[in-house]
Design a protein around this ligand. Structure first.
Ligand SMILES: N[C@@H](CCC(=O)N[C@@H](CS)C(=O)NCC(=O)O)C(=O)O
Length: 213
């Protein structure tokens, strides 16, 4: 039985899960939920995720939420190639650390930006909040710039790339609404090249948020 993914178009967390499944070639059914239609507020949805958020997966009756945990579950259950985390113990440790860093530090900036732009009417936008959140993310990208050695963030294409890319894509999208949000020095040359590489991957194109097209 195929895995079911509860998903919302544009959610970077749900996008990460889709990238992981696509990378591994695991078939899945997509259940698109609508925030505006109140799908997250139903008692049925609360049984899947009491936090009422996406993504959630259901795998043969087993329900799991929290995108980072879902990606680890996918990596553990379908443990053959292509991998989501390296088979090398130390490299895997670094990748797990990086997923956590991206979620914790870059993610804090992103959450602030989403609140300041998407959940605030434009007439109440605060440059202090918007650019403060942007600078948090810029600092994180500068750290990643110093560590990137190859084509991807941590060795071969991995869960680390699938964690950060949807976040960056969302920032770039918000940059279309707020001028000056993504200045040329927002990311260094290596991260810039990585973003372009990620954007052109067939799995990225296949999972591109429908309402962004
Ligand atoms: N830490 C969670 C975050 C999930 C999350 O915040 N999802 C957002 C969509 S991007 C959501 O469902 N928001 C609905 C709400 O806050 O009501 C994860 O990684 O899965």
């Amino acid at each position: 039985m195929a895995v079911t993914v509860y998903y919302m178009s544009g959610s970077p967390y749900a996008w990460r899960v889709r990238l992981a499944l696509e990378h591994k070639g695991i078939p899945y059914d997509l259940k698109t939920v609508s925030y505006d239609a109140g799908d997250l507020n139903t008692p049925e949805y609360a049984k899947l995720n009491p936090r009422r958020r996406v993504p959630v997966i259901v795998d043969d009756g087993f329900v799991l939420y929290e995108s980072a945990a879902i990606v680890e579950y996918i990596a553990d259950k379908w443990h053959g190639e292509p991998l989501l985390f390296s088979s090398d113990l130390r490299q895997r440790g670094v990748q797990r650390r990086m997923v956590r860093e991206v979620d914790q530090y870059f993610g804090a900036g992103l959450e602030g930006l989403v609140e300041a732009i998407l959940f605030t009417p434009q007439e109440r936008w605060s440059d202090e909040k918007i650019f403060g959140a942007r600078d948090t993310m810029k600092k994180e990208l500068a750290i990643l710039e110093t560590g990137i050695a190859g084509e991807y963030l941590a060795g071969a294409l991995s869960a680390v790339d699938f964690t950060l890319y949807p976040y960056v894509a969302l920032v770039q999208r918000m940059g279309k609404r707020k001028s000056g949000l993504v200045p040329p020095d927002f990311m260094g040359p290596k991260i810039g090249a990585w973003v372009r590489r990620m954007q052109t991957l067939p799995i990225t194109q296949k999972t591109w948020p429908p309402h962004w097209k």
